[in-house]
Design a protein around this ligand. Structure first.
Ligand SMILES: C[S@@+](CC[C@H](N)C(=O)[O-])C[C@H]1O[C@@H](n2cnc3c(N)ncnc32)[C@H](O)[C@@H]1O
Length: 282
C-alpha cells in the first residue's frame, strides 16, 4: 500500500486518503492530541477507570489505531490494575499494518499492541478479526464494512460500551456511517451512562443522534472554531442544539450507496423548502 503521510500540528504523523480526499486525523489539532483530547477526555476514561477499574471501548473506525492506543495509554496511566475490553471495526487492514511503519513518538511503547493483534488473526462469522488477549486487555478488531458489522453483531454487544469513539471520515464523503440507522444500533451498544464521542459538529448528525435516543452536548473546541459532539442516553440535549432544524442522513436497510444517502437527504431538504415556501405564500 502506498500511503501519503502528513505531519500534523502536534508533530505526530497521519495518512491522507486518496479515496476520501481527507486526512485520517485533524491536521490542525494534531493526530495524537485529537485522540487524547477529543476522544479520551470527553469520554471520561480516566475518571471511570479510577472509580470502576474497568472500561469497555467500542472503536468505530479503528484506522491507524491512534484512538485505541491513546485510550490504552490513558487507562494504564490512571490505573495500572485496570481491565479493559475493546471492540473495533475497520474496513482496511492495510491501514493498520502501515501504521506500524511510522513513528508514534510518545506512544511508541504501545506498538506491541498493534503487532499482537496483527499476529493473532481469527475469523468470526464472515469477518476476519485481529485479537489481543492478556490478563488486562481483551481486544477484538473486526475487519470489514462497518454497517454490515453492526447488523450482524450488535446483539452480541448490547449495553457493552462505556465509550463509543465514532471516527469515520466526514459526513460529506462517508455519509453511510453517519445515519440515524447506524446511530440506532450504536445506541443499543452504548451503556445507559456510556458516552458517544465524535469530532463532527454537523446538525444533521446531531439530529440523528437525538432521534436515536442520545442526549447531545457540545464537546471541546480543538483545531477549529466549532465544538465536537458528545452524546449519551444519560444526557439532556442542550437547548440550542435541540432548536436547530436539520434533515438527518437515512439508510433504511443499512446498505445504500453513499451517493443515494446524500441525494435522499438533498431531496428531503428540497421538499421541505418547497413546503415552507408554499406555507409562506398561502
Ligand atoms: C478518520 S479514519 C479513522 C482514524 C482512526 N480512528 C485512528 O485513530 O487512527 C476513518 C477510517 O474509517 C474507515 N472506514 C471508512 N468507511 C468505512 C466503512 N464503510 N466500514 C468500515 N470502515 C470504514 C477507513 O478505512 C478509515 O480507516
Amino acid at each position: 500500500m502506498t500511503v501519503k503521510i502528513v505531519k500534523t500540528e502536534d508533530g505526530s504523523l497521519t495518512f491522507f486518503s486518496e479515496k476520501f480526499k481527507e486526512p485520517y486525523h485533524s491536521v490542525t489539532a494534531g493526530a495524537f492530541r485529537e485522540a487524547v483530547e477529543k476522544f479520551c477526555v470527553p469520554a471520561k476514561v480516566s475518571e471511570k477507570v479510577r472509580e470502576r477499574g474497568r472500561f469497555n471501548l467500542f472503536d468505530f473506525c479503528f484506522g491507524l489505531g491512534y484512538n485505541t492506543v491513546a485510550f490504552l495509554d490513558t487507562v494504564f496511566k490512571e490505573n495500572p490494575q485496570a481491565k479493559v475490553r475493546i471492540v473495533g471495526i475497520e474496513r482496511d487492514v492495510k491501514v493498520i499494518e502501515s501504521s506500524l511503519k511510522i513513528p508514534w513518538h510518545r506512544f511508541e511503547k504501545w506498538k506491541w499492541f498493534l503487532k499482537e493483534i496483527l499476529k493473532n488473526r481469527r475469523v468470526e462469522g464472515d469477518f476476519p478479526t485481529l485479537n489481543c488477549f492478556t490478563p488486562q486487555i481483551s481486544a477484538k478488531i473486526f475487519i470489514g464494512e462497518a454497517r454490515k458489522f453492526l447488523k450482524h453483531f450488535y446483539r452480541q454487544y448490547l449495553g457493552f460500551a462505556d465509550a463509543i469513539f465514532h471516527d469515520p471520515f466526514s459526513p460529506k464523503v462517508n455519509p453511510e456511517l453517519w445515519t440515524y440507522e447506524v446511530f440506532l444500533l450504536e445506541r443499543e451498544i452504548c451503556k445507559e451512562d456510556g458516552i458517544f464521542v465524535t469530532y463532527s459538529t454537523s446538525s444533521a448528525v446531531r439530529k440523528a443522534l437525538i432521534m436515536a435516543g442520545f442526549g447531545v452536548k457540545n464537546g471541546i473546541v480543538l483545531g477549529r472554531k466549532t465544538p465536537s459532539t458528545i452524546a449519551s442516553p444519560a444526557f439532556e440535549t442542550e437547548k440550542e442544539i435541540k432548536k436547530k432544524k436539520s434533515i438527518p442522513y437515512r439508510d433504511p436497510t443499512l446498505s445504500d450507496p453513499p451517493e443515494l444517502i446524500k441525494s435522499r437527504k438533498r431531496g428531503c431538504e428540497y421538499l421541505l423548502k418547497k413546503q415552507t415556501l408554499f406555507e409562506c405564500i398561502f
